[in-house]
Design a protein around this ligand. Structure first.
Ligand code: FAD
Ligand code: NAI
Length: 324
């Protein structure tokens, strides 16, 4: 089988690695400059900044075993941030015993490791698909990229729905699935401060326009200057989806002042809008989807409960279903 995988996030990479291990020919396409997807740290002159996924946990035996392998090769490390919670106007310590992991030296390291020795074509946005009943043809900017006997889409729900328009009428399951919900957005803002200002490394924020704050320097491998990353909640992010970065940065400084109880003097701000960030809580979990009649598989966090671990599990599950 020659299998095309669209999406070099953790789900596509896990699927590609499992299929390659079984001896299949796999080509992975991604529109980004490199693999990682929402697990990508941004490279800056001062070092890496985590704007998307912040850390991951491992609850399943399978993913725990995978994390152990990554730990042994220094692909990931443990992150033991000093945790706090902000709720009802109160900021208080909130330590726990959960093991949390981060990629080394950047968040995408596990994705890059999984794709090692696999044919990966970056800077390649697939914008058209054709299925003749047996083979899939992939196109980017009018250029045909080849013919494949199976197609895997490991991309966010809305982007998969758009690409699959030509075959949607052939599958009631797909139509129902796409109608169920959509990934919600997240505004991320990185604020550089002049000096350390809180005795914590990360804050879970509840019942507030923000949802999370983290000190980049607390993470091994990341920028050592005083940079704080803020995530806005899905509700705030959806409401301000089209706001300018100036407005979002201003709101971020106000929110940081409110939570810390201190005046903030931002040296620099950097805003990033994740249009498709996280799954709505009520979305039905399918794990992954394989439709043999269409020679088509779908994987990704949105099919499996969000989170890095669930995206990885989804990719592995799809590889198993595809080769049964
Ligand atoms: P993605 O990582 O989105 O990968 C999809 C890939 O497909 C992308 O690389 C994209 O470039 C590519 N693509 C899309 N369309 C096309 C196309 N047409 N052609 C070619 N390529 C295409 N999870 C946690 O466990 N812990 C966290 O702390 C955490 N925090 C998060 C914070 C934010 C702001 C965000 C956005 C997510 C966070 N998550 C977190 C969720 C986690 O990042 C995701 O669950 C996981 O990375 C999703 O992986 P994926 O492979 O399913 O999708
Ligand atoms: P986890 O088990 O550390 O956290 C799950 C949730 O439990 C947290 O969101 C938080 O509400 C709560 N929590 C955990 N530890 C806490 C503590 N010490 N004090 C107070 N509250 C605590 O991690 P898991 O389940 O692996 O999820 C990863 C993280 O990814 C979560 O924080 C989740 O919100 C975040 N995420 C963010 C997305 C975004 O778009 N911003 C998308 C997907 C996940």
């Amino acid at each position: 089988m020659t299998i095309a995988i669209i999406g070099a996030g953790i789900a596509g990479a896990a699927c590609a690695a499992a299929l390659t291990q079984q001896g299949h020919d796999v080509v992975v396409f991604d529109k980004g400059r490199s693999a990682g997807g929402r697990m990508s740290s941004k490279r800056t002159e001062q070092g890496y900044l985590d704007l998307g996924a912040q850390y991951f946990t491992a609850r399943s035996d399978a993913f725990r075993a995978q994390c152990d392998k990554w730990l042994q090769t220094d692909t990931i490390s443990r992150w033991n941030g000093r945790l706090a919670v902000f709720d009802g106007g109160n900021l208080m310590p909130s330590p726990d015993n959960t093991e949390r992991y981060i990629g080394q030296p950047a968040m995408q390291a596990p994705v890059v490791q999984l794709l090692n020795n696999i044919h990966l074509q970056c800077n390649c946005q697939i914008d058209q698909l054709q299925f003749d009943g047996k083979y899939w043809q992939l196109f980017s900017k009018g250029i045909a990229l080849g013919s494949f006997s199976q197609l895997v889409l490991a991309i966010p729900q809305q982007q998969a729905q758009q690409l699959l328009q030509p075959v949607l009428t052939q599958s009631a399951r797909l139509t129902t699935l796409f109608a169920a919900t959509a990934l919600l957005p997240c505004w991320a803002v990185n604020i550089q401060l002049e000096q350390p200002f809180l005795p914590y490394d990360a804050i879970f924020v509840k019942n507030h326009p923000l949802s999370w704050l983290a000190r980049q320097a607390s993470k091994p491998g990341r920028c050592s200057a005083e940079h704080w990353l803020l995530h806005f909640s899905p509700a705030f992010s959806a409401q301000h989806l089209e706001a300018s970065t100036e407005v979002i940065a201003e709101q971020a400084v106000i929110a940081l002042q409110q939570i810390s109880g201190q005046p903030i003097n931002a040296v620099t701000t950097l805003c990033h809008r994740w249009r498709y960030a996280q799954q709505a809580a009520e979305f039905p979990v399918a794990g992954a989807i394989y439709l043999p009649a269409l020679a088509l598989g779908l994987a990704g966090d949105w099919l499996n409960g969000g989170r890095v671990e669930n995206a990885w599990l989804s990719g592995v599950q799809l590889a198993e279903e595809l080769t049964l």
